[in-house]
Write a new protein. Structure first.
Lengths: 243, 256
């Protein structure tokens, strides 16, 4: 499915960006090739990062089946990390790699060569954890909301705008970029995609991609601690009755 | 119609059992409609543009997309998913044995109250665009008339997709692919390059947003182009309902 939807969405965005970009034009630090790469990568990176822990946790809390996770002799968060690692490794082979090869056949391998490979790997690891943290955060809201499908749906457009999936973050006004810089969403997509393209920039501040990645890892520790705290608070009040 | 109204009331009462969830769903569907205008505002903020369309004209087109797909989503777009689920579970018989037209019964069943928020989001976006563009009231009536063929096209696509689900039982990618193809209609014909423009000009996708948006902003409408896409749309609608009829005849309840 990823392959077909990637091709259709790429066709739409290619057509639209072709009409927007005159020869040699550059907007928000993106020339035509970079913006096409942005559209292509948005689908590849999100398919590589996807997980359904928001749904799994929500269902388990809502239906009273959370005990199956609590009773296991393994920490839930560690279980989620390894489950996702296995699932995404498999998806990389059957979804992301074929999509990448098809797109490479269309656009050329030179076009699809990462500009900053080391930063890309570091930022993909970061994206892996941030996406999972967001999923777990959404899942944990079921402790307080009971049924949280609506909240999950709210987070999709929010994530797509704030992570730069919809349009690169540098297209927004300076004040918005400064807010985006301090939010964790840029690590889900914008940082890895710009590591690939090699044009990381956010705000008028002199910040390199490595500065951003280091800040991202530091923020991740804080977010992890907050999630553990939220989990403990939720478990303390959890009755497991199911609804 | 009475049965349909009863069904709508029951659906709404069910959803009100979880008011917080319903509130979040409403916010979510509303927010999704704002992503199009956010895209346009960010795009024009950098000085880029789509030829022939100002920022607020393009935002009105995005609002038009939300309104058309919001109406279709509320009333019948769920046919795409519902047919798949019923056929795969072998439960379509429950609809066929009742003394009511099966397609009509299914349509009643797929009423989706969440999509009303999409419609409201679209109306909000269009309302803001209208104040920026000083839209005349007669243009609003014309816009309403131009939306109808777009709704007919979406109905034809939904019925055709439902028919394909009945024929082939397992077509899991169909809904996602159709949704992606609809993305073409989030942009005007001018957004596509010369080769694509020829294909797009024949496509009824233009009926969803392009022509209603042109009517809304009071721009001249290419009558020949409109009639061509309308003809394609009517042909597709006939094909869709014929396909549905044959699909039901060939249905054997084997599921899978």
């Amino acid at each position: 499915m990823t392959i077909i939807t990637t091709l259709v969405t790429t066709a739409v965005m290619y057509a639209v960006w072709s009409s927007v970009y005159d020869a040699g034009a550059s907007y928000g630090n993106y020339d035509f090739n970079a913006i096409i790469l942005h559209s292509v990568l948005s689908m590849l990176i999100l398919s590589l990062m996807w997980d359904d822990w928001d749904q799994r946790l929500s269902n388990a809390i809502y239906e009273g089946g959370l005990f199956k996770y609590i009773l296991r002799p393994v920490n839930l968060f560690a279980y989620a990390i390894w489950w996702k690692a296995g699932s995404r490794a498999f998806a990389a082979i059957i979804e992301t790699l074929p999509s990448f090869l098809i797109l490479a056949a269309i656009f050329g391998f030179d076009f699809l060569t990462p500009a900053q490979p080391v930063a890309l790997v570091a930022s993909l690891i970061l994206a892996f954890f941030y996406y999972l943290a967001l999923s777990i955060f959404i899942g944990l809201t079921a402790f307080w909301l009971k049924k949280n499908d609506g909240f999950k749906w709210v987070m999709i457009p929010v994530r797509n705008v704030l992570a730069g999936v919809l349009i690169p973050l540098t297209f927004f006004p300076e004040i918005a970029q400064r807010i985006f810089f301090f939010l964790p969403f840029q690590y889900i997509y914008y940082v890895p995609s710009t590591a690939y393209i090699g044009n990381y920039s956010l705000t008028s501040w002199d910040v390199t991609i490595w500065d951003s990645i280091i800040i991202g890892y530091a923020e991740l520790v804080i977010i992890g601690a907050l999630l553990i705290y939220a989990w403990q608070q939720g478990i303390d009040n959890y009755e497991g009755v199911g609804v | 119609m009475t049965t349909w109204w009863q069904y709508i009331k029951i659906r709404c009462m069910e959803r009100l059992q979880y008011p917080k969830d319903l509130t979040f769903f409403t916010i979510a569907f509303f927010l999704v409609q704002l992503t199009g205008p956010v895209f346009v505002l960010a795009l024009y903020n950098t000085g880029a543009s789509i030829p022939g369309w100002t920022q607020w004209e393009l935002i009105s087109l995005q609002g038009m997309f939300s309104i058309t797909t919001g109406i279709a989503g509320t009333l019948y777009w769920g046919l795409v998913h519902q047919a798949s689920s019923l056929v795969r579970d072998g439960r379509l018989e429950l609809f066929r044995i009742r003394p009511v037209n099966t397609l009509w019964l299914l349509t009643m069943h797929v009423f989706n109250e969440e999509e009303i928020a999409s419609l409201l989001g679209g109306i909000t976006v269009l309302g803001v665009a209208a104040t920026q563009l000083n839209v005349a009231s007669q243009h609003l009536l014309l816009t309403a008339a131009y939306i109808i063929p777009g709704l007919l096209f979406l109905l034809a696509v939904a019925v055709l997709a439902a028919s394909l689900h009945v024929y082939f039982i397992k077509v899991p990618m169909l809904a996602a692919i159709l949704t992606d193809i609809l993305d073409f209609s989030k942009f005007p014909r001018e957004a596509f390059s010369l080769v694509n423009k020829t294909i797009i000009s024949l496509s009824p996708l233009l009926l969803i947003t392009h022509y209603p948006a042109k009517a809304f902003i009071g721009a001249p409408i290419d009558t020949n182009g409109f009639l061509i896409t309308l003809t394609v749309c009517l042909a597709l609608t006939t094909t869709a309902f014929t396909a549905w009829h044959h699909a039901l005849e060939s249905y054997d309840g084997a599921h899978g």
